[in-house]
Design a protein around this ligand. Structure first.
Ligand code: ZN
Length: 327
């Protein structure tokens, strides 16, 4: 039996599993307002300042735990003067963050001290603290046992209460049944059950591992500030990513070629419910071009843009990570 036929056979019977969410990328408004919210209020670490590699006149800002671990990373394209988007089908509707057990009361008080309104909701027996970020993205906090503590301390948020990373996400799909099939058959997530209009799926990681799909359809979302652009799932390395590329293609989904994002490699496909999915490699990570101690403190550019640094800096708004004073 020749090797390519062997590969075809393996592909046909292989089942793959992603460990869970690698990162979530959203479009927001002014970059300083974005930093003030995610670092100043939520206490996350700005782990990388760079530009959008496909549009280098705008920032790409990455926030996560102290190491920028997969499953903790939220990334933003700040479009300071753009018309707001609309959250709806074909998007991640809600981004869920996991906090340590016992930390919910702390966060109620912290949000109140920054005049951020919240509601308390429940799904699958868990209590959720739901609020919007400064540009309208829907966020929620949930207490979870699993997942390592985040040792990054900023603005009074200490490790015993700090956001650990993603608890998961709530997907708004234009074809929820099809999206559910992609989660189970393509990404290899395990169906957990349903609660009202939500179906729950789980992956193997301790963080970024619980995905809920709203099984009812609503209005289609519109891309713009205040909406999620895509959700990325984890691949172990480049070889695993190539295997994902073939595997996803074998379901008749159109997958892009591999894009070099410096801190990971990426492939993209749009699932049948219109949500843009990415599969991103865990390595090399955010200490690739800066030390773990100083990463995030200055603008980093990939080689193709380094020669344009001065011109790009003139186009980009000045930003800083700063401690905020609450009421
Ligand atoms: Zn991405």
């Amino acid at each position: 039996m020749n090797r390519s036929f062997q590969t075809v056979l393996e592909m046909k019977y292989m089942k793959k599993h992603t460990a869970g969410i690698h990162h979530i990328t959203a479009i927001v408004g002014h970059p300083q307002e974005n930093i003030d919210f995610y670092a100043g209020v939520l206490g996350l670490r700005l782990v990388k300042q760079t530009v959008n590699f496909d549009d280098p006149g705008t920032y790409h800002l990455y926030f996560g735990d102290e190491a920028g671990s997969p499953g903790t990373i939220i990334t933003f394209f700040p479009w300071a003067n753009a018309h707001p988007g609309v959250i709806g089908d074909g998007q991640v509707g809600v981004t869920t963050y996991a906090i340590p057990v016992g930390a919910l009361e702390y966060w109620k008080q912290r949000l109140t001290s920054f005049n951020i309104p919240y509601v308390v909701a429940e799904r699958f027996g868990e209590t959720l603290l739901q609020f919007d970020d400064v540009h309208g993205l829907h966020l929620e906090l949930v207490e979870r046992e699993e997942g390592p503590l985040n040792h990054w301390t900023f603005g009074g948020v200490t490790k015993d209460v700090a956001i650990k990373g993603f608890g998961g996400a709530v997907l708004y799909s234009s074809r929820p049944q099809h999206t559910a099939t992609v989660l189970s058959d393509v990404l290899g997530l395990q169906a957990i059950g349903t609660d009202g209009v939500y179906a729950r799926y789980a992956s193997t990681a301790q963080i970024g591992n619980i995905i809920d799909i709203k099984m009812t359809e609503g209005q289609l979302g519109k891309m713009g500030p205040g909406t999620v652009h895509h959700i990325a799932w984890r691949a172990e390395d480049d070889q695993d990513q190539r295997s994902w590329q073939e595997f996803v293609s074998s379901f008749g989904l159109h997958v892009t070629d591999v894009r070099d994002r410096s801190y990971f490699n990426a492939i993209y496909f749009r699932e049948p419910g219109s949500i843009l999915f990415e599969i991103a490699t865990d390595p090399p990570g955010f200490a690739y071009d800066e030390s773990p101690e100083t990463m995030g403190s200055k603008l980093m550019l990939p080689v193709q843009y380094e020669q344009h640094r001065d011109r790009l800096k003139q186009m980009l708004l000045p930003i800083e990570v700063r401690e905020l004073t609450s009421d």
